[in-house]
Design a binder for this molecule. Sequence first.
Ligand code: KG4
Ligand code: ZN
Length: 381
Amino acid sequence: MIRKLCNFCKHAWPLRKQKLSTQSARCQRVVLGIETSCDDTAAAVVDESGTIRGQALLSQTQVHLKTGGIVPTVAQQLHKENIHSVVNEAVLSSGIPLQEVSAIATTVMPGLALSLGVGLTYSLNLVKSYNKPFIPIHHMEAHALTIRLLQQVEFPFLVLLISGGHCLLSVANGVSDFLLLGQSLDESPGEALDKVARRLSLSTHADCSSVSGGQAIEYLAPFGDKEFIKSSAPMAQHKDCNFSFAGLRNHYYYCIQQLEDQEGIQKGALLSCAADVAASFQHTVAHHLVKRTQRAILFCKQERLLPSSKASLVVSGGVASNEYIRKALQTLTDSMDMSLLCPPPELCTDNGIMIAWNGIERLRIGAGVLENVDHMRYEPR
Ligand code: KG4
Ligand code: ZN
């Protein structure tokens, strides 16, 4: 079933869609965005004013939970099976025929090669059939700019991108101008959360059987004690803004093994203290994110990289939909006289809207809008 964001998103854009007059609808440039970089097949049509004219999304999460992680060939097959209906749904619900869109924007990097390939091949066929300009999109740039679709946020701002594939801290100076301050040296917070959730067999928990590992951890954490497993923050001695999650995750693997031995259960069964482990791990991940972001803020202040008053920290990517992590970052920004800006959870996780909006941002400044796609390739890394 194709999920439509407007059915559950509480935010203002469906209203903005209704208010749009036919006249203003005609004057606006619109972009069709297509996203297939990982395990979501998504598409959207967005106009220059940031109004979402139509969108559709099909998540593969439930399939991959059964196989214990994303199998790239399975993801590719599902994208192939669904891309046409997802794009069709987005275009039909926008009421704008493909002939009238100004450009087609598609994620071409980074991501799973087999998944990126499906979106790119499909998009290039549309580009050629309808003779449209093509805008190749960097998935993380799209996450970073989503906030500007929702509210006015001027450059420069500090941006923390936390997802299943990445952990990046940058200063966004412009649409395609990012100064990288730090990144994960090993795995991303989303990957670590997913692995710990899997090791805890949370998908066998009645209330967590159809959600991502990160969501399962967030769901269980309020029932647990965050002090249950204590671990020191990684990289405390590192005088930079990088992150590391693999050591923490390994420490949790070890603790879970010990707890299974104590309870006399096998790997694959649910621990009675699973909620305590979830609460502790969520807290530890939040704490590490806060500590490293604090260093980045201090660095930005020292180097005058951000506005002197009420600078913004934008947080996006799937892990940014976690309320506990948001609150921890909110406490940080309050104490540093900064504003914390996060898109709603539906726009933090992967979606077609952010790709279409990134296309609009690029179209406006005329950056990376291609008339010739002969040498267009995707770049997984
Ligand atoms: O941005 P995203 O949808 O896909 C990538 O680009 O990777 O992020 C997916 C990641 C997954 O690791 C998922 O477990 C995590 O975001 N995630 C969460 C939550 N919702 C999704 N992590 C913590 N709390 C959540 N509520
Ligand atoms: Zn993403």
